[in-house]
Design a protein around this ligand. Sequence first.
Ligand code: NAI
Ligand code: 13P
Length: 338
Amino acid sequence: MPSPLPYTNALVIGAGSWGTALTAVLADRGLQVQFWGRDHELMDEIQSTRRNSRYLPGLVLPSSIQATASLNDLQPANLVVFVVPSKAVRETASTMASLPALQSARVLISCAKGIEMNTGRRLTQILHESFPTTPLAVLTGPNHAEEVSQRMATAAVVACENDDIARDVQCCFTLPWFRTYTSDDVTGVEWAGAMKNPYAIAAGIALGLKLGDNAIAALVTRALAEMVRMGIAMGGRAESFMGLGGVGDLMATCYSEHSRNHRVGRLLGEGMPLQEIMSSTRMVAEGVPNTASLHEAAKAKGVRTPLLDEIYAMLYQAKPAKEAMRALLSRDPRSETE
Ligand SMILES: NC(=O)C1=CN([C@@H]2O[C@H](COP(=O)(O)OP(=O)(O)OC[C@H]3O[C@@H](n4cnc5c(N)ncnc54)[C@H](O)[C@@H]3O)[C@@H](O)[C@H]2O)C=CC1
Ligand SMILES: O=C(CO)COP(=O)(O)O
């Protein structure tokens, strides 16, 4: 049985599919949950019907949650979950920083997956700029909202530099069907969570091109090698890339039909232009902006990332997918450990 709750009320910021699923997790665990999203029409719908028909239609949220789009409605919360897309984290954090509701926060949890363009900053580093005295944690792992919302067995990682806070957050995200592990490698899990997104696009492309299971397994394995190389260069630990936030999330997104990144890749592989794919859904595919920011960060740090370079060329330089795959296969032979 889970222990008593260290935090009693939560605020979830961001009303996409993951924010909606996490609202349900925290409410199931017994926290009082406020749920904020920027769209008034959607938040009114959630408050009156308990459903987010736009992003996670199958889930009926508990009646205890309070959904709103009005910042003035927010009441003080001691656990705050940031789950807007990565490109919206800076603006949302700076807007929220002055609100009384967030002044009493005892921990802020970053749940998006990305690295900022132009600064190469991790999302907790961005949150720290707006909340310099509030402890920060990351929740990450192979966690498709569609499955979490159906209470299907799921495991995740809570990373925080402070072990006590990591355990307190872990306690709030512990349910019979939702298991969390702690880590103190915030840097490693944040780089891992961002990096798996472009590779999920690549795995989707390989599927769309019907390259076969051998090719996809090779791609995913070499993606992991690239993730570890990059993660260590950025200050993370290799072991984090072997855990749920690394290889776990890489597999979940590279092989799952739920993954929006995988879908983008599959459609690209089938020949649909990127612009058309992006305008066919309102859901975020972080791998598209992440490819640009990670490519930029890799070049700045001098990390060798042949896969990411080809994904960048496909997404941003209109390189045909077949040509990119040929380029990868015709590279100079080398040792697997290089
Ligand atoms: N969906 C999933 O299964 C999981 C998603 N994540 C991560 O969570 C983050 C959010 O993703 P989802 O909830 O899936 O997104 P989504 O695509 O389901 O919805 C995006 C949400 O963000 C909102 N949004 C967009 N720009 C905004 C802005 N400037 N200010 C405030 N809100 C804004 C939209 O209105 C919408 O509610 C992403 O970084 C994603 O990688 C992480 C784990 C699982
Ligand atoms: O991060 C995720 C699962 O862990 C969600 O992946 P997508 O953003 O590709 O749907």
